[in-house]
Write a protein that binds this ligand. Structure first.
Ligand code: ATP
Length: 539
């Protein structure tokens, strides 16, 4: 660990990452420390800050590279120049030897290579930071690929994550950096990273996606061979498509690129809204095309390690947000953000709507083919963050996937009009969700829960009635108490009136007495008045 720390310190110094820290926003004592830091002895060079950060992450190894790649999609957190540079991060890990791969497969499967496969190619098909892929053939004759987790990678990951947490906690102490939520960002990263270590999870995701797109002309997903799949080894049907980035080859195969681009959008919306289960690592390296029929090209997706899903409420709000946005109904967009709880309930809808308008109007100025949905969502999230929107990992994942799909679609067919493809889909979906069909689906969904509660219905009904009866009695008691109190108060009031009147009569009688006896020589009228006053006082 300590050697690793020294190495990290060295990389930070060599690339002068201290210059990324905005000195003017630090507390005075930190500014002092930075001023006398030995890092300042290293030359700064002519490279930009983004470039220096990219080179440092590449020097620190695959876990940091992947972290940088993830950060590059968080344009809501990073300045654009740094995000652009981080997008260029490349894995530069050499493949691990074929013998080590074979040994790992035998250990995980608890059988020899010859028992498992008719043939196994020791030269890898591909090698990445976390896993390596080898071609093989099963005894039953199927061509497969074997994905194997890199030996020792989980130890390196744990070490590096530990260091990242320490740095994040340190950053969280700096007032200005706290806004970037460093600890939460690292926690999100850790979750996705460790998910990628578990090939059982990836295999399960792949199976689910395959089921969702069974017999679909839009997308094909290779089969998993569960008998040969473990946490560190996965065996999957081998596919032979054209990589989607090889546009010339696609054209040479007579592929209709417009249909291909539109199908990409359709697949995305189908996954997000129909299935609520989307492949969230849609970079071109994971997408192939089956060009057997150029007019009906079919995508082939691999690497389902990262998937996303939304809650039913988020699905609803997202669809309504997009529809409201394209109607330019910014007040509705603001109200939806508040209603969904994405921003605080005390947010002023008017102010928020005005901020959204400022972001969105310039975007909607453009022709539809140039509008980026991903940018729209990013703009909305950035605005919402100013109104204290919590970062929602599932929405960030979705927005990142949307950006990927758009980028891909426009590379294939630059005039792709995403909205024309997406709008009918969204409107149909909203209608189904809120119409009789949606109601029926909702009843069907709740039916199992209801049926388990059915036998308890008499008891529940009795309890509910008892509770109602008890509540009714309680309320009656309260009503009675209130009316008693009112009665009591009115009696008190009357008594006070009489007291006041008695006192007044007595006072007047006493004041009148000398005058009355001098004028009439008789005391009885005054005595009668005084007696009446006393009577009123006593009553
Ligand atoms: N089912 C398959 N059929 C044919 N080739 C495959 C298959 N699965 C993977 N490959 C090849 O192996 C490469 C790496 O596979 P995959 O993306 O699953 O690995 P990874 O380690 O997750 O890579 P990364 O993290 O870079 O996406 C693919 O780009 C592809 O060339």
């Amino acid at each position: 660990m300590s050697l690793r720390l020294v190495r990290i310190g060295w990389v930070i110094a060599r690339h002068r990452l201290d210059t990324l820290v905005p000195l003017e926003r630090l507390p005075w004592w930190m500014r002092g420390l930075m001023w006398f830091s030995p890092l300042r002895l290293f030359p700064l060079g002519s490279r930009s800050r983004g470039e220096r950060l990219r080179l440092a992450l590449e020097a620190l190894g695959p876990i940091f590279v992947k972290f940088g790649q993830m950060l590059s999609t968080r344009r809501d957190l990073l300045p654009a120049d740094i995000a652009d540079e981080l997008k260029r991060l490349q894995d530069q890990v050499p493949p691990f030897p074929g013998d080590a791969a074979a040994a790992r497969v035998e250990k995980e499967l608890e059988m020899t290579l010859a028992e498992a496969f008719a043939s196994f190619e020791r030269e890898p098909l591909a090698s990445a930071s976390i896993a390596q892929v080898h071609a093989a053939r099963l005894h039953s004759g199927e061509d497969v690929v074997v994905k194997i987790i890199r030996p020792g990678i989980s130890r390196v990951m744990r070490q590096d994550m530990g260091l990242m947490y320490q740095v994040a906690k340190l950053l969280a102490k700096v007032p200005d950096a706290r806004r970037l939520r460093p600890v939460e960002v690292i926690r999100d990263y850790e979750a996705t990273l460790f998910d990628e270590l578990d090939l059982y999870k990836e295999a399960a995701n792949t199976s689910q996606l395959k089921r969702n797109f069974k017999d679909s002309p839009l997308m094909y997903v290779p089969a998993i061979y569960w008998a040969f799949t473990r946490r560190r080894v996965m065996v999957q049907e081998r596919i032979h498509g054209v990589p989607v980035a090889h546009i010339d080859t696609l054209v040479a195969h007579g592929t209709n690129l417009k249909i291909l681009a539109e199908r990409g959008v359709e697949i995305f919306f189908t996954q997000v809204f129909r299935d609520n289960f989307f492949h969230a690592d849609m970079h071109p390296g994971n997408i192939f095309v089956n060009c057997n029929d150029g007019e009906s090209p079919q995508y082939v997706a691999i690497d389902c390690g990262i998937v996303g899903s939304l809650t039913r409420e988020d699905q609803d709000y997202l669809a309504r947000n997009l529809l409201a946005f394209f109607r330019q109904d910014y007040y509705e967009v603001a109200a939806l953000h508040i209603e969904s709880g994405w921003v605080g309930e005390n947010t002023r809808a008017n102010e928020f709507a005005a901020a959204i308008r400022t972001v969105c109007e310039p975007i909607l100025e453009k022709p539809l083919k140039d509008i980026s949905f991903g940018q729209v969502l990013l703009g909305l999230f950035q605005t919402a963050r100013r109104f204290n929107m919590e970062v929602q990992p599932q929405l960030v994942l979705l927005q990142k996937t949307l950006l990927n799909i758009e980028g891909l679609g426009r590379q294939l067919y630059p005039d792709l009009d995403l909205w024309s493809t997406a709008k009918p889909f969204l409107e149909r979906w909203m209608k189904e969700r809120t119409g009789p069909r949606g109601l029926w689906d909702s009843i069907k969904r709740q039916a199992p829960e209801l049926s388990t509660q059915l036998p308890e219905l008499p008891v529940l009904a009795h309890q509910a009635l008892s509770r109602m009866e008890y509540g009714h009695r309680q309320r009656q008691r309260q009503v009675d108490a209130v009316s008693d109190m009112r009665h009591h108060m009115s009696r008190q009031n009357k008594r006070q009136h009489r007291l006041r009147l008695g006192l007044i009569v007595l006072a007047v009688a006493l004041a009148w007495q000398p005058l009355s006896s001098w004028a009439t020589g008789q005391d009885w009228p005054v005595l009668a008045a005084a007696a009446m006053g006393l009577l009123l006082l006593a009553w």
